[in-house]
Write a protein that binds this ligand. Structure first.
Ligand code: IPD
Length: 261
């Protein structure tokens, strides 16, 4: 709809400025900068600054839309609902690595409608709009066609929210299938990689809405299959997510015992 297309356009421009800001504040390599929220859970000055910047701009543009973020929580409610992760992959960012992004998603009720994910250090921008497609730097993308686990690459995300045995059990199942396990430290970009066919699947046992809100419409438009994250509790708290190309999704789902949508 025109209202959604106009919002995607606005989000694209706000995220571009936010990503520039994050690049300007980017820590130098040499050791993590920022503070620890919990073991292995980093927070930098940039997280708060970028979220405040995006929140202010979106409020001025769409004062009636809901808004929530990783740092500030729910600040406004509305039938259209923006969800921001100012820096996804903060641990990477805090060490001066390149694999992090700014993610802004738009939901209508509990339907993911549009998203922008920008990884400025990689010079990549993903955009999506329900019914209109999924794009990387303006070019259409699609999930991969790899069906054979021995040729597949599957990423698994980790955070301190996940007990070691649960993580190990799933990693073990991925390797038993003969697939290549990977871990990159940025959930939103891993999901974007599933959408673009750079990965065949992504699994994380407990992930939050702000990490996935920008990627959910991208995955749907790129033809990936996803577990029912929002119905599994993802709208209000952490939940499991699995996304995979449609050719390997069922095999993977059976192996790791995470049901698909
Ligand atoms: C984290 C990253 C990480 C994922 C964690 C998230 P943050 O987000 O996406 O890849 O495994 O679950 O919390 O804290 O960097 O925004």
């Amino acid at each position: 709809s025109p209202a959604l297309a106009c919002r995607l356009e606005a989000a694209r421009s706000v995220v571009r400025d936010a990503a520039r800001m994050a690049m300007a504040m980017r820590p130098q390599p040499g050791g993590p900068q920022g503070e620890l929220k919990a073991a292995q859970d980093w927070l930098t000055e940039t997280d708060g600054a970028v979220e405040a910047f995006i929140a202010g701009r979106m409020k001025a543009l769409f004062p009636d839309d809901g808004f929530e973020g990783e740092e500030g929580g729910v600040t406004r409610t509305g039938s259209l609902r923006w969800v921001v992760d100012p820096i996804d992959g903060t641990s990477n960012y805090a060490r001066g690595r390149s694999r992090w992004c700014v993610s802004l998603g738009l939901l209508e009720g509990d339907e993911p409608m549009a998203g922008v994910i920008e990884a400025p250090a990689l010079q990549e921008v993903y955009t999506s709009l329900r019914g209109y497609g999924a794009f990387l730097n303006g070019k259409p993308i699609q999930a991969s066609r790899v069906a054979e686990p021995s040729r597949a690459m599957i990423e698994m995300g980790w955070s301190g929210r996940v007990p070691k045995p649960v993580f190990m059990e799933k990693i073990d199942a991925i390797m038993e299938l003969g697939a290549m396990p990977r871990s990159g430290g940025c959930g939103a970009l891993a999901l974007a990689d599933v959408a673009s066919g750079r990965l065949d699947g992504y699994i994380e046992i407990v992930i939050n809405l702000w990490d996935v809100a920008g990627a959910l419409p991208l995955l749907a438009e790129a033809g990936a299959r996803v577990s029912p994250f929002l119905r599994d509790g993802g709208l209000t708290g952490g939940a499991v997510i699995m996304a995979a190309n449609p050719h390997i999704a069922q095999t993977l789902s059976d192996a790791v015992r995470i049901p698909l949508e």
